[in-house]
Design a protein around this ligand. Structure first.
Ligand code: ARG
Ligand code: ZN
Length: 421
């Protein structure tokens, strides 16, 4: 068998040299230098079977911006030809994404009861539901599960409420959601990791103890379960939810464009097939509606809103839906700066920070801006690791460090907010 393979390879090598290595799905890094090149790169990313990783939509591509593009094996030759025809160079960030995906979907079912290893892996949706069950069952004194609604495909949206013992009447609260975007697997991994950390170190480590004594922490580990499920079964690169609306040609709404904050203006799309599709109307999606309802009904106690995404290592705050500054911009900026400094100091990693619109791009309809306008004046979106080396396919070995540095950012901001409120 082995001999046969080697012989085939040699015959192939002699006859058709350049086609010998089988094509794999790859990720390219492309930087367009002129407006003309920008148009070509936009077309490549929208007209062919490719998936834009960075930025989130073709319209965001600008000259000299580093674009990350997933190119499936079937489009590899066409895309390469097109780029070289226009003298646009590219680097290959990932040579073989199938291999990476296989590695991060293997051995996921370690028994959650016993192993810290559970928190250093990615998990399929069913495992996460099982973990939610188990965690609430094992820690009734600290954890309560709340059903806040269900997804388009009728999967439950569970929030874990973590509370310390300090139960004063005037207890404040904070919110963390993970997994708005399906392919950002490090995000749900962070929420799960955080809950485990809080349970393990409450009353042992001063800062997490202070946080939980001062605030109830609501954690939504997977805000987009249908999309997350789909990334495990069908398409690892999927971003949106999986809703179908009558008359649309494509499924899926970008949940982070579906909130009522300059909804569906520049920076989002009204076309259902686009990655930043804003949906039919604000909160047209059951997932965003459930979160908005919960936040509305708890707005008296909620002081801090946190939304966890990846990738690019940034700490963002309102506004993303307009270039205007938030009324407490300086305060938000200081908190983000302090968080970034701590991450650099303890983990030697750089996080950029700033108002969303100015730091990355206009992106209306986001949950952070909406929560801010609701009255939760400390509102942040974290973009976790990495900077694009692996992008959405961050290998599981990186989970601990990615989570620890994000936790440092979270603690810095939460403790700052506790002092202020
Ligand atoms: N990468 C995120 C997105 O495109 C950024 C979120 C920042 N906040 C926002 N409201 N857009 O959705
Ligand atoms: Zn995201």
């Amino acid at each position: 068998m082995r001999l046969l393979l080697i012989m085939c390879f040699w015959i192939c090598f002699l006859v058709e040299n350049h086609k010998c290595t089988p094509n794999h799905d790859q990720v390219f890094s492309i930087t367009a230098k002129t407006e003309e090149e920008v148009i070509i790169v936009r077309n490549v990313s929208s007209d062919y079977e490719t998936v834009l990783w960075q930025p989130a939509a073709p319209g965001y591509i600008k000259p000299n911006m580093e674009v990350h593009l997933f190119v499936p094996a079937s489009s590899l030759d066409t895309v390469k030809d097109l780029l070289s025809k226009h003298y646009i160079s590219h680097q290959i960030l990932l040579h073989n994404t199938q291999e990476l995906i296989e590695k991060q979907t293997q051995n996921t079912s370690t028994d959650p009861r016993s192993s810290v290893l559970y928190y250093e892996r990615y998990h399929p949706l069913e495992d996460i539901y099982h973990w939610i069950n188990k965690t609430t069952h094992d820690h009734p004194e600290m954890v309560e599960v709340i059903l806040i609604g269900s997804s388009f495909e009728k999967r439950p949206l569970f929030v874990l409420k973590l509370s310390g013992k300090g139960r004063s009447q005037s207890k404040r609260a904070m919110w963390i959601d993970c997994g708005i975007h399906a392919r950002e697997w490090i995000s749900p991994a962070f929420c799960i990791w955080f809950v485990h950390y809080a349970i393990t170190y409450y009353s042992k480590v001063p800062d997490i103890t202070e946080i939980l004594d001062s605030m109830d922490v609501y954690v939504l580990p997977v805000m987009n379960p249908d999309g997350y499920k789909y990334t495990w079964t069908t398409n690892r690169m999927w971003r949106k939810n999986r809703s179908w609306h009558p008359g649309n040609y494509c499924p899926g709404t970008d949940l982070n464009r579906n909130f009522d904050a300059n909804w569906c203006t520049e920076g989002s799309s009204s076309r259902a097939c686009d990655e930043t599709y804003c949906g039919l109307f604000p909160e047209s999606e059951p997932e965003s509606e459930a979160v908005a309802n919960f936040l509305r009904s708890h707005k008296q106690t909620l002081k801090l809103y946190l939304s966890i995404h990846s990738y690019s290592q940034m700490l963002l705050f309102p506004f993303s839906c307009t270039y205007q500054e938030a009324s407490n911009h300086d305060e938000l900026n200081e908190l983000a700066q302090e968080a970034a400094q701590n991450i650099r100091r303890y983990y030697r990693n750089n996080y950029r920070y700033g108002a969303g619109a100015k730091t990355i791009y206009l992106a209306p309809g986001g949950s952070d801006d909406w929560a801010y306008n609701l009255g939760i004046k400390y509102s942040f979106t974290f973009e976790l690791q990495d900077r694009g080396r692996y992008g959405f396919l961050l290998p599981p070995e990186f989970i601990p460090k990615a989570c620890k540095e994000a936790l440092t950012g979270l603690k810095t901001i939460a403790l700052g907010v506790i002092k202020k409120t």
